[in-house]
Ligand binder design. Structure first.
Ligand SMILES: Nc1ncnc2c1ncn2[C@@H]1O[C@H](COP(=O)(O)OP(=O)(O)OP(=O)(O)O)[C@@H](O)[C@H]1O
Length: 238
């Protein structure tokens, strides 16, 4: 199997500048290797650093030390050291992310929010919207909502828009932060099917799945972030 994402000796500490530079170490020494077609679940107690690790892998949080290598356009790229322009290109073509909460531009209809990753890849507007409609229908979002901005949608409706937006471009590596947290059982099953289908077409997935049934259904193996948790004490450099 081909590895598509690797982390080596990855560590993250937050420096709380508003509190005199207090350092909050979260995790250290994370090594992982992810292959095409496999799904890795991040586990560990609340606060152990699962979301922070996912955000480091996406480049939203800078890593404190270590390397993140990703196969991008046929070569390896160190995401932890990449220029912002390269990170944007990786996110457009290689690395997708479904966050826990939808952050949509105000007044943009749900259909266009979902179509946007395809538009950014240069796809024709009508075809991108047609595909977005197919994803929203699959995720049971009622059609009368498609032309409305998602700001007033329920938590579960917003999450389904978010999932469709994150999956529509069918990128090779996907990071999923609790994609089923606000969903009912029927929609959880749809999302499980979508994740399995993504892996079957060769996508590599790293996810946080609090629901045991969902995790068992999609994950090939688990990484316990707790094992890499730094001592909970705060170190003040002053
Ligand atoms: N931006 C930030 N600034 C400072 N501290 C942060 C920041 N983000 C996360 N933390 C801290 O890092 C630790 C790990 O948080 P994180 O959200 O990664 O945990 P988690 O395992 O995903 O938790 P949960 O399962 O509850 O979502 C927590 O102590 C949190 O307070």
């Amino acid at each position: 199997m081909t590895p598509v994402l690797e982390a080596a000796r990855l560590a993250k500490s937050f420096v709380l500048h508003g509190r005199g530079g207090v350092e909050l170490p979260v995790f250290a020494g994370v090594d992982l290797q992810l292959h095409a077609g496999e799904c890795l679940a991040l586990t560990g107690r609340s606060g152990s650093g699962k979301s922070s690790l996912l955000r480091c892998l996406y480049g939203n949080y800078g890593a404190s030390s270590g390397a993140i290598r990703i196969r991008h356009r046929g070569r390896w790229l160190d995401l932890a050291a990449a220029a912002p322009r390269e990170v944007i290109d990786v996110r457009r073509h290689t690395l997708g992310y479904v966050s826990q909460f939808l952050r949509a531009i105000p007044r943009v209809p749900a259909l266009d929010v979902v179509a946007e990753p395809l538009r950014r890849l240069g796809q024709d507007a009508d075809e991108a919207r047609a595909q977005a409609g197919r994803w929203l229908a699959r995720l049971n979002l009622p059609e009368h909502l498609w032309q409305l901005p998602p700001a007033t949608f329920s938590g579960g409706e917003q999450q389904r828009v978010n999932i469709a937006h994150g999956l529509i471009a069918q990128l090779p590596v996907l990071l999923l932060d609790e994609p089923t947290a606000s969903l009912d059982a029927a929609n959880r099953r749809v999302v499980v099917d979508l994740i399995r289908e993504a892996c079957e077409r060769g996508a590599a997935v790293i996810g946080i799945f609090h629901d045991d049934e969902v995790r068992t259904a999609v994950a090939d193996r688990c990484l316990d972030v707790e094992q890499h948790r730094c001592a909970a004490n705060l170190r003040n450099p002053t």
